[in-house]
Design a binder for this molecule. Sequence first.
Ligand SMILES: Nc1ncnc2c1ncn2[C@@H]1O[C@H](COP(=O)(O)OP(=O)(O)OP(=O)(O)O)[C@@H](O)[C@H]1O
Ligand SMILES: [Mg+2]
Length: 302
Amino acid sequence: MRARALVEESREAVVVLDDQDRVVLASRRARQTVEGIREGARAPAALLTGGLGVVPLVVPYEVDGRTERLVYLSREGDLAAYEELRAGFTAAVSHELRTPLARLLTLLETAALPGEDVLGLVEQAQREVEQITELIDEILFLSELESGARVVALGPTAVRPVLEEALAELRERAERAGVELRLECEPDLTVRVRPRMLRVIALNLAENAIRYAGSGAAFTLSVTRAPDGSIVLSGRDNGIGVEEAELPRLFERFYRSDRARASRGTGLGLAIVKHVVTQAGGHVEARGGRGEGLEIRCAFPG
Ligand SMILES: Nc1ncnc2c1ncn2[C@@H]1O[C@H](COP(=O)(O)OP(=O)(O)OP(=O)(O)O)[C@@H](O)[C@H]1O
Ligand SMILES: [Mg+2]
């Protein structure tokens, strides 16, 4: 009885499951957080697998010879990621915003001097503001993801049409950069990721190839079903690549290789890709080396 009250009145989202995955007890918070939790009924399957944007912490124990499990549910992003977000991210954001803002201020100060090319300076100032806006959009999108916004689709998404459309949007820019875009994907492949999120991944990988691979390079977006049933989305190019030692760092927020510093970009693209993929229960990996092109592999559970 005391245990029941403890669980039910807990401010945490807590569920007790029996050995058949049926809900024995659930706190009010858990019922509010996750749909489909009812005492005596089977717990939603995604509850224990980390789907639903919820990270479960499972504590098994024995009672009267039966195994029960105490499951603590936290929204993804509530835990370590949130702490990290608060500490490191805020500092990095301020730093990244300060640079274009400082340039903007210099441009405005120069424009106020007599005899300056005001029109030209205003144009440059506009570009700085565009870059700031882009940065803020990316930061907002990233924090939306971190707070557990839904990445996983309820039903399966047909992959090919989404990727086709994303690449079509970039075709002109790719031509200007001298980078060829290719797509290799069976028409009937599906994945449980929202179309918008799939699009974000495709656009980020292709944009990177257009920006960094170098003229004459080819970028191939391919999607295949691995023998274990997982779906692997790979974006690879045969361009300049990065040093092997840099590969694991590419997914860090604001990380840009020295070579990229001259170009526009904030270093958030691949961090966003990683978040989308991990929230869908998958993982990312970078392969390649200097002069060997770059491949970003995203594996999704089948
Ligand atoms: N295809 C590629 N070839 C070579 N280097 C790459 C490639 N893709 C990414 N990089 C390197 O990885 C860094 C991080 O990429 P990421 O997409 O995260 O950020 P960004 O492109 O610099 O900025 P953003 O995507 O936020 O506009 C890039 O700055 C670049 O140095
Ligand atoms: Mg990028």
